[in-house]
Design a protein around this ligand. Sequence first.
Ligand SMILES: [Zn+2]
Length: 277
Amino acid sequence: MLTVISHGDVTRLRCSSRMSRAMNYEVSAYLVRGVLVDTGFPAMGGDLSAWLAGVRPEGALVTHHHEDHAGNVGRLAALGVPVGLAPLTLERIVHPEPIGWYRRLCWGSARPLAVQPAPYEHPALTLIHTPGHSADHHVVWDAERETVFGGDLFLGVKVRIAHPGEDIRGQVAVLRRVAALAPRRFFDAHRGAIERPVEMLLAKAQWIEEVVGRIERRAAEGWTARAIEAEVLGAGDFTGLISRGDYAKRNIVESVLAGIGRGVSDAGKSTNATAAQ
Ligand SMILES: [Zn+2]
């Protein structure tokens, strides 16, 4: 299902499927200056094609390779719409990482790229590298209109689950860098328009710093990853459990522990392992 919402010069495309709604997920792409920012997920490709038949964007920009953002790059390429994206994003679309059942069920699996998209740039829309959520994550910055299309940079102030491999510490610097642009408007890929974006971005950076500090202190005291997780992020992790770790609290703890030389293999082991460091 594709719901079109107007924000004046920005059109929000709220994308969901029966399955994604049942799992309480949706994602948004945006149309601005005739350019599509992100492309939705594979399972709603038919809805996107129907919309594209009426509104043909001159190009598309993609924030990162995750299937709910880059899921229809192949469809756009087949229609001859050029796509601007980082080399690493294209690499990960061409050679997709295996994803868990939870993500496949929610978003669907992209077909292999039959046609490589032609490159695309827009003079007023800049892709800014903001790694953290993923190594290839970018935001789209419209300096003239003081507007950020944030992809998955924000999502919320206190986000207690993450993908494996996210760089939690790294997110602090990029959140502050984007806040320093002083955006007047910020469009999040899941939450839509964010009120008071600079304040929200800085609040998220501060919250992450506090969480990282608490995890580091417990780790220095020899706590196991499991105990740190329960103490810092709260007990229980339903999403982590059913996604088999794909969207899990544990990934936040492991990202921080990896940064202080306590690898993933230490997670949840007895204090013997900690003592052997
Ligand atoms: Zn993502």
